[in-house]
Design a binder for this molecule. Structure first.
Ligand code: ZN
Length: 427
């Protein structure tokens, strides 16, 4: 990839006004589209099919008619045109590494400076600096995760111990012996290590030097992060990325949403209308990384988020997205409308008498029926008739179709870890 000399430094970019950033990204997008159209046959074919001439693209809005590139289409492209599906603009001998993801999809290892500076920037924003010693427990073979995080940490001046997955007891010893200060991995694996360390008789606060754990990426990690911070005194951080495009967004010290990484364009697209969402709405994260080696223009991640409009107190001007709110596939289409767990949560948050709930979609004749199963904290003193009416009103307003009934269920009918909406229709 040919990085331009005119690219501003990250420090300058962090403080750019929205207009300046827009102008910069529009310029980068135009270069990317022109380059990809010329060098990536699959991208050319997609543009041609959509009737979009690269010369007509000035901004991401001009790509609204270009269908979102989904993972299953990516797999098809790789199958149809091996080895790289017509998507990688460099010949294989110019690539340092090729990763193998399920499909198989062959993701090129990125060599561009703008790719790495965006990743290094995120490591620094998380609070890592020279002198830190980090264990990286992401997988080091086949997929990009382990090696990519390894490289971005080293480029940020951090000493890396390439642990990979597993060997929990050894992980504990290494963290203790080498006075490790940072951790990269999944939330659940981090907790395995912490639990193992305590089992082995270590006191996390006294016997370890851990100060920062990057344990995001998993849904519902909020309470665990809180536990890690309060009980063990270890700061936690979150970032968001995918195997295909690398890191996309990152948390700053405010820990309220994630800033879009520099040199990445994000759209949030409604799964109902296919158009950009308005304020307070949720949609799919569609990403266009400025990456000429692997120009996945309008790549659909399948992850859901919303925008945070307010400026961030940290001073970075890059827009923020909310933490991930689920997968596109979690929405259940009912009577022509998509119902998503995200819509139920705020509607039911005020009902303190409810312990657990689950919406169930069934089919009766030709009609979808929506039932809300409710487990009460206690039965005493509850006017179920009145509560039913209140729930029907609250849920119907939130999901925009009528809730047919409320069913009060005994304890443990709804399992502890459950989907908030299940589809039990049989056709
Ligand atoms: Zn911030």
């Amino acid at each position: 990839m040919k990085d331009k000399k005119s690219i501003p430094s990250i420090e300058v970019m962090e403080k750019m006004s929205r207009e300046e950033r827009q102008k910069y990204l529009d310029g980068r997008l135009r270069e990317l589209v022109a380059y990809a159209y010329e060098k990536a046959p699959a991208i050319k074919a997609r543009f041609d099919k959509a009737g979009i001439a690269p010369s007509a693209v000035y901004s991401i809005k001009d790509l609204e008619d270009l269908p979102i590139l989904r993972k299953d289409e990516l797999v098809e492209l790789y199958k149809a045109n091996p080895p790289f599906g017509g998507l990688v603009t460099a010949p294989i001998e110019d690539l340092e590494r090729v990763y193998v993801s399920p499909g198989p999809i062959y993701d090129p290892h990125h060599q561009s400076e703008s790719f790495w500076r965006r990743h290094v920037h995120m490591v620094k924003a998380a609070g890592f600096k020279k002198g830190d010693i980090a264990v990286n427990t992401w997988m080091y073979h086949l997929v990009p995760a382990g090696l990519m995080i390894d490289e971005m940490l080293r480029r940020a001046g951090v000493t890396v111990i390439p642990m990979g997955v597993g060997n929990t007891e050894l992980q504990v010893q290494v963290m203790h012996h080498l006075k490790v200060t940072g951790f990269y991995g999944t939330t659940s694996f981090f907790m395995n290590i912490i639990n193992k360390a305590e089992e082995m008789g270590y006191d996390i606060r006294k016997d370890f030097n851990l100060r920062l754990a990057m344990i995001g990426g998993e849904m519902g990690g909020g309470p665990i992060r809180e536990l890690v911070e309060k009980k063990y005194g270890i700061a936690t951080g979150d970032a968001y990325g995918t195997a295909d495009v690398g890191m996309i967004a990152y948390e700053c010290s405010e820990k309220n949403g994630m800033h879009i990484a520099e040199d990445v364009i994000i759209e949030i697209i409604s799964y109902e209308t296919g158009k950009p969402v308005g304020p307070d709405e949720v949609g799919e994260i569609v990403v266009t990384p400025i990456d000429e080696t692997y120009p996945l223009i309008r790549f659909g991640t399948g992850d859901l988020a919303g925008w945070i409009e307010e400026p961030c107190p940290c001073g970075r001007t890059a827009l923020r997205i909310t933490r991930l709110l689920g997968r596109v596939g979690d929405a259940v289409r009912t009577r022509g409308m998509f119902i998503h767990p995200r819509q139920l949560e705020p509607a039911l948050a005020g009902f303190s008498q409810i312990a657990q709930y689950q919406a169930v979609v069934t089919r009766s004749g030709h009609r979808d029926e929506l039932t809300l199963k409710v487990e009460l904290k206690a039965e005493d003193g509850i006017d179920k008739e009145k509560l039913t009416q209140q729930l029907i009103k609250a849920v119907s307003e939130a999901v925009r179709i009528k809730l047919d009934r409320v069913e009060f269920v005994a304890k443990e009918v709804i399992p502890e870890f459950h989907k908030l909406i299940v589809d039990e229709r049989v056709y």
